[in-house]
Design a protein around this ligand. Structure first.
Ligand code: GDP
Ligand code: IMO
Ligand code: MG
Length: 433
């Protein structure tokens, strides 16, 4: 196992990162979430139990793993507490093994109010978890960080300032009543803080001083990255590898010897609005949704489904400089007679082989497909590469040839043990121990 492993979504989120991080965490000492917030929903099915983690690093389910919520995340203290309590009820004790950065910004109730209002006029299809507004406050220098909770007098003023700003917008621009009071927000924040203060500390220091193996758990996916994704239909953080340094508070130099893996479904899904060139809106899309159980882990919304977009996948390989892919949900394609993959976009008669920056171009992009034969055999739960049907193998080879990156692992079902290695992760990188 690599000493530093980065797991990133290579599509539009929900690629199965939670399942993969959970199973790989076994071999790691520290697991770090470093961007996004409770918009994420990472599903783990292990020991007959299903858990969906939104804020806590997925690796924390292993008792030997320490978890870090680094400074680039936006933390909703109420969601965090609920999550900690849910794990406690299941007998998972986090004391002494969770570190939340004192520099992380908070998601507060008025951010969620703003998220709802912006959605009404703009319609990105956000998760309504207050993520965009919390990051807006951060870069607009109106945010509140966990370290601010140590000074209640100043905190009261900061909340007042935030409330006034949102109240004005709400009442004067959106002509909506605004009902939150600074006292309400202040009291509930301090009461949550009492329960989480024992976890607050120096997250970057924890990463830098870790002598063991570290896994970095990306949330969302490359195509939702605020800079590299399908802007403005993106999330508000750098959910590609670009978010690693600012999200952890650790220099890019630190990641020079890390191993980068992109997780991608064997097809494509997206939840929320925005361009999706390979989307299938008819019966085939419904078939993928039904077979894949494609409903959002955070919001329950039906996910939009379509064929594998290799142009986007190759783009993700380049943006993130991926060393390889992990392909999930292969089993969902088991019954298809034929499987299509998008190998180019047709934009007004011109063939394009990369993801255009312009929203207008992306919206007009028509997929150019190649059709591959389905394997029509069950791969569900297989963990022995010898049992992989030849045509499934060919499908994987096609992905490798097109993207220029090896597929290291396949996931063949939602459960922890349903996977197989196709290749070993190279352990010979010069500077890795
Ligand atoms: P994440 O956000 O990337 O962690 O992905 P989600 O947890 O939101 O969504 C992935 C969904 O696919 C979850 O319901 C998983 O339980 C499920 N899943 C993950 N891997 C596989 C797989 O290989 N096969 C099948 N059938 N389901 C999978
Ligand atoms: P995980 O980590 C899939 C999408 C939303 C919306 C856009 C902006 O589980 O893969 P936001 O609430 O972030 O402002 O919404 O981003 N989105 C996700 N889609 N998986 C996620 O996380 C997502 N987090 C946000 O649906 O289109
Ligand atoms: Mg998810």
């Amino acid at each position: 196992m690599e000493r530093k492993l980065v797991i990133l979504g290579a599509q539009w989120g929900d690629e199965g990162k939670g399942k993969i991080v959970d199973l790989l965490s076994e071999g790691y000492d520290l697991v770090v979430r470093y961007q996004g917030g409770s918009n994420a929903g990472h599903t783990v099915i292990a020991n007959g139990q299903k858990l969906i983690l939104h804020l806590l690093p997925t690796g924390i389910l292993h008792p030997h793993v320490k978890g870090v919520i680094a400074q680039g995340m936006v933390v909703d203290p109420e969601v965090l507490l609920q999550e900690i309590e849910e794990l406690e009820r299941k007998g998972i004790d986090l004391r002494g093994r969770l570190i939340i950065s004192e520099r992380a910004h908070l998601v507060l109730p008025y951010h969620k109010v703003l998220d709802r209002l912006f959605e009404r006029s703009k319609g990105i299809g956000t998760t309504l978890r207050g993520i965009g507004p919390a990051y807006m406050f951060k870069v607009g220098r109106k945010g509140i960080r966990l370290s601010d909770l140590r000074n209640p007098v100043r905190l009261r003023d900061q909340i007042e300032e935030g409330i006034d700003f949102v109240k004005n917008l709400c009442e004067k621009v959106f002509e909506e009543p605004f009902e939150l009071s600074a006292d309400q927000v202040f009291d509930s924040l301090l009461s949550s803080y009492e329960r989480i203060r024992c976890y607050v500390g120096d997250a970057s220091g924890e990463i830098l001083s870790c002598g063991g193996r570290i896994l970095f758990e990306g949330a969302q996916g490359t195509m939702l990255d605020v800079d590299m994704g399908t802007y403005p239909f993106v999330t508000s953080s750098n959910s590609s590898s670009l978010g690693l340094a600012n999200g952890t508070g650790v220099s890019p130099k630190f990641f020079a010897d890390a191993y980068f893996l992109g997780v991608a479904k064997a097809y494509t899904t997206r939840v929320g609005g925005g361009p999706f060139p390979t989307e299938l809106t008819g019966k085939e899309g419904e078939r993928l949704r039904d077979l894949g159980g494609e409903y959002g882990s955070t919001t329950g919304r039906p996910r939009r489904c379509g064929w594998l977009d290799l142009v986007a996948l190759k783009y993700a390989k380049e943006v993130n400089q991926l060393d390889g892919f992990i392909i999930t949900k292969l089993d969902v394609l088991d019954t298809f007679e034929e499987i299509k993959v998008c190998v180019a976009y047709d934009i007004e008669g011109e063939r394009i082989y990369s993801v255009p920056a312009s929203l207008t171009d992306l919206e007009r992009a028509k997929p150019v497909y190649e059709t591959l034969p389905g394997w029509k055999e069950s791969t569900k739960g297989i963990s022995d590469p010898a049992r992989l049907p030849q045509r499934a193998r060919d499908y994987i080879s096609f992905i490798e040839d097109f993207t220029g990156a090896p597929v290291i692992m396949l996931s063949t079902g939602p459960k922890r043990e349903e996977y197989l290695w196709l290749r070993e992760m190279p352990t010979s990188r010069a500077s890795c121990s």
